[in-house]
Design a protein around this ligand. Structure first.
Ligand SMILES: Nc1ncnc2c1ncn2[C@@H]1O[C@H](COP(=O)(O)OP(=O)(O)O)[C@@H](O)[C@H]1O
Ligand SMILES: [Mg+2]
Length: 167
């Protein structure tokens, strides 16, 4: 697992279960106000990863592709906090982001937010977000690149890497 620069690392997922499991391991580490920004082409595994995040975070219901609703709010029993699962695939204009209320969701300090097609969010993605880019290598293999611009968030990613890969 090469370290590309101080605040990013990459790994290979060999199947959908592995991608989901990685999401779960990250999901348990999330604290309020965390944002995960997912990018990568259709079928790369963004929703698969989000599913795992929801499980790890403790969502009462399974995460599914929110493509048609664009935003789905999930809850957990422990503290009643919300997880927003957002899909910006259909977003083409800044006005769409306003309609969705993405800014308000990201401002909510009690919630966590996971965004598919985060590259459609313009400048709204906070600089301390966890970024995950997924690339398709072949039918079952995906290259996952985790990164952040924030030294604080980097500590979360290091804890995640340690738990998931032991390094
Ligand atoms: N290693 C892998 N990780 C994630 N998904 C995989 C992997 N290998 C195959 N797949 C398949 O790729 C598809 C990913 O779909 P999905 O998570 O909905 O992608 P996206 O949300 O990026 O469009 C699923 O059909 C899944 O079974
Ligand atoms: Mg998806």
């Amino acid at each position: 697992m090469p370290v590309l620069d101080p605040l990013s690392f990459e790994c290979i997922s060999h199947g959908e279960e592995q991608t989901q499991r990685l999401g779960l391991r990250l999901g348990v580490l999330l604290t309020a106000h965390a944002v995960i920004a997912l990018t990568g082409p259709l079928g790369a595994g963004k929703t698969q990863f989000a599913r795992g995040v929801g499980q790890g975070w403790g969502a009462l219901q399974g995460l599914r592709s929110p493509t048609f609703t664009m935003v789905q709010e999930h809850h957990r029993a422990r503290d009643g906090q919300s997880l927003y699962h957002v899909d910006l695939y259909r977003v083409e204009h800044e006005a769409d982001l306003r309609t969705l209320g993405l800014e308000e969701i990201l401002d909510d300090e009690e919630s966590v937010c996971i965004i598919e097609w985060a590259d459609h969010a313009g400048t709204l993605i906070p600089q301390d977000a966890i970024n995950l880019h997924l690339e398709i290598h072949n039918q079952s293999k995906r290259l996952l690149t985790f990164s952040t611009h924030s030294p604080t968030t980097w500590q979360v990613l290091l804890a995640f890497r340690k738990k998931a890969f032991g390094v």
